[in-house]
Design a protein around this ligand. Structure first.
Ligand SMILES: Nc1ncnc2c1ncn2[C@@H]1O[C@H](COP(=O)(O)OP(=O)(O)OP(=O)(O)O)[C@@H](O)[C@H]1O
Ligand SMILES: [Mg+2]
Length: 371
């Protein structure tokens, strides 16, 4: 079911947690709210669920307006048909898995046979069918999280909200459950809003990512577009671009790094003329090191300052003229290893350089559902 958020604002006293948010989530769509701790992700979820009363704006789920500040509409959480799974497992330890999952259906006084059938259906979906009679306190973290998920799904919600549901689990289990969650979401065609501060998780689970900073959605995009076309240097940095180097514009497509000792050419994205507060953003894996070379466009002499072994690759810190340091990730398979103190040549393709403003000037944010 579609969710439409219009002009949402949430204040805690004088502090603004969400500012003028517009967001449209399509039927069956999986949108991930991604952003640093404290940027307003949980607050947004709580507003959709009805656990928080926004100071302004409107929220519509399907055709029902569930909140409208201007008209004084505020549908209580239990009437919104929204399922929620939180970071803490929140299962009842004194009940069995079956009782945990069936509890809300029992409160609704559904016939026993129907409860049994629905509980077994969802337990099968989350891979816990053989655990039905197990006491919930005897489960592992990953199993408890599946119980929490089953408990939401059994209510057949129109919308599923997941707030960092995997963050208490170890890395391998998190990877596996992430894929399972995506499968379940696609299989049931559920509209989901998923919150995380982990970009890998966002890339894996999202149809579209809404990137939040300080209570505002600053970019909304499909994962691959978000990865290749961040709207600002702060977004690039958040998405793992490790070289974010202050730059000033010289001529069109040419920029000076740091004190000007190094020129860099960018045919990737370039800022609007006159834009200030620019940074050249380069992914560490896009930079090449070699023993042979010559000065030229995006080819500079450098000195290796740090070399650290990372398994399948080596990470180098390389100093350029003028003191600019580059973070370079070189695959071990390339065969050549450089040592600390070595002089070498550093090159980067101009298409791999994006010069971006610190904050998106005109965040060409497309928060509406694609037609
Ligand atoms: N009840 C409250 N009273 C006052 N401030 C609050 C309250 N709840 C949240 N905040 C503040 O609102 C901001 C957004 O909080 P929120 O919980 O939405 O962040 P988040 O993006 O979910 O962060 P995290 O990744 O750490 O969970 C934070 O600065 C937080 O301190
Ligand atoms: Mg949170």
């Amino acid at each position: 079911m579609k969710i439409t958020i219009e002009n949402l604002q949430l204040r805690y006293g004088k502090f603004t947690a969400i500012e003028n948010m517009d967001l449209e989530i399509g039927d069956h769509e999986s949108v991930v709210l991604l952003g640093k701790s404290g940027c307003g992700k949980t607050s947004t979820m709580r507003c959709i669920a009805g656990l928080e009363e926004p100071t302004a704006g409107r929220i519509t789920i399907g055709d029902t307006v569930v909140f409208d500040a201007a008209r004084g509409i505020n549908v209580p959480p239990n009437k919104r048909n929204v399922g929620m799974v939180f970071q803490s497992y929140a299962v009842w330890p004194h009940m069995t898995v079956f009782e945990n999952v069936g509890y809300s259906l029992k409160l609704q006084k559904l016939p026993k046979a129907e409860i049994k059938q629905r509980v077994h259906e969802v337990l099968e979906l989350v891979g816990l069918e053989s655990f039905a009679s197990r006491g919930a306190s005897l489960l592992s973290g990953g199993q408890m999280q599946r119980v929490a998920l089953a408990r939401s799904l059994v209510m057949r919600p129109d919308v599923l909200l997941l707030d960092e549901p995997l963050s208490n689990l170890d890395a391998r289990l998190r990877d596996r459950l992430r894929i399972e969650l995506r499968e379940i979401q696609l299989q049931l065609g559920l509209t989901t809003v998923y919150v995380t501060h982990d970009q890998q998780e966002a890339f894996a689970l999202a149809d579209r990512i809404a990137l939040m900073q300080d209570g505002v959605i600053v970019q909304m995009e499909e994962p691959s577009a978000m990865y290749t076309q961040p709207a600002s240097s702060s977004i690039a940095h958040f998405l793992g671009v490790s070289n974010v180097l202050p730059a000033t514009s010289r001529t069109s497509g040419d920029f000076a790094l740091g004190d000007g000792a190094v020129s860099i050419s960018a045919t990737g994205r370039r800022p609007a003329p006159g834009a200030t507060d620019l940074s050249a953003c380069i992914r560490s894996e896009d930079i090449r090191l070699s023993r042979e070379g010559a000065a030229g466009v995006n080819s500079w002499p450098g000195i290796v300052r740090v070399a650290s072994f990372q398994g399948s690759s080596i990470r180098y810190a390389v100093e350029l003229p003028g003191g600019t340091h580059l973070d370079v990730l070189a695959p071990l398979a390339a065969g050549v290893r450089h040592s600390v103190g070595e002089s070498l040549w550093v090159t980067v393709d101009p298409t791999a350089v994006q010069v971006l403003p610190q904050t998106a000037v005109d965040p060409a944010v497309n928060t509406a559902v694609a037609a």
